[in-house]
Design a protein around this ligand. Structure first.
Ligand code: COA
Length: 263
């Protein structure tokens, strides 16, 4: 597969240079929100890179200066019922799971808002490097929802139960230095240095034995395999949100640009 093939997506920009694929989620006018097209294209990319010997590592970032990814595309939630919601969560989880299990190192270069599905995408990457202006959060409760793309599991794994519960129950956003403090990100750097630092770390990893690196990923992954029921459970609970009046209110309020009234 050559460089040209990475340019053939509607919502992703792919650039292969010195064996590192930089993948940019490219919907800057919608804060790079993950709609179904982005998710399907991400799935395609993951499949391609598993087979492409020219790609040794991947850096994922967001287009524009404001957002990495500001979540799942909320406009696609309107009108979905329990079954559709469970499909949405299962699809998102499957894609992020495959990303996380990928044998090639994957770094999230978090250039701005990483909220909801965006935080979940960053957490499915092996390493996270944040620009100083990056903001993190799982604001789903503002919509009468919970994370559905693995967030309830991965956030707990990364930052521990107490902070994970706080972030998911409050919907509060944290800045990059707070994210560093709780272990949600590996480094915080100036925005101008974000891609260079991400590439530098990638270069270090790529000088190591690729099979050993792949086995590190598999070995760490094995730590968490027993939690798979947690992911299944998340799909069901996410689906159940879609039967609630509060979720209808939360999503409508966002789309109508007003504050939701839950009580
Ligand atoms: N889904 C769909 N559209 C989204 C989106 C999302 N998750 N996040 C942002 N957008 C859209 C906005 O609706 C807006 O579209 P418009 O220009 O057509 O009205 C555009 O992106 C710009 O966002 P805006 O809210 O105007 O920017 P802001 O700088 O004032 O605020 C955020 C930025 C990220 C704080 C805010 O957009 C936000 O809270 N987004 C939702 C985050 C969220 O709840 N994510 C979890 C989803 S489950």
């Amino acid at each position: 597969m050559n460089q040209q093939n990475w340019g053939s997506f509607k919502t992703l920009l792919g650039h292969l240079e010195e064996s590192v694929l930089t993948l940019t989620i490219n919907r800057p006018d919608k804060m790079n929100a993950l709609n179904q097209t982005v998710l399907s294209e991400l799935a395609q990319v993951i499949e391609q890179l598993e087979q492409d010997q020219n790609v040794k590592g991947v850096i994922i970032t967001g287009a524009g200066e404001k957002a990495f990814v500001a979540g799942a595309d909320i406009s696609e939630f309107n009108g979905a019922d329990l079954n559709r919601a469970m499909e949405i969560a299962s699809k998102g989880q499957a894609i992020f799971d495959r990303l996380e299990k990928n044998n090639k190192p994957i770094i999230a270069a978090v250039n701005g808002f990483a909220l909801g599905g965006g935080c979940e995408l960053a957490m499915a990457c092996h390493i996270r490097i944040a620009a100083e202006q990056a903001r993190f959060g799982q604001p789903e409760v503002n919509l009468g929802l919970i994370p559905g793309y693995g967030g309830t599991q991965r956030l707990t794994q990364l930052v521990g139960r107490g902070k994970a519960l706080e972030l998911m129950m409050s919907g509060n956003m944290i800045d990059a230095s707070q994210a560093l403090q709780i272990g949600l990100v590996n480094y915080v750097v100036n925005a101008t240095a974000l891609m260079a630092e991400s590439k530098k770390l990638m270069r270090t990893i790529l000088t190591k034995g690729p099979q050993a690196v792949a086995r590190v990923i598999q070995a760490v992954e094995a730590c968490f395999d027993k939690t798979k029921n947690g992911y299944r459970n998340e799909v069901t609970l996410f689906g159940q949100c879609f039967g609630t009046a509060e979720m209808q209110e939360g999503v409508s309020a966002f789309l109508e640009k007003r504050k939701p009234k839950f009580n």
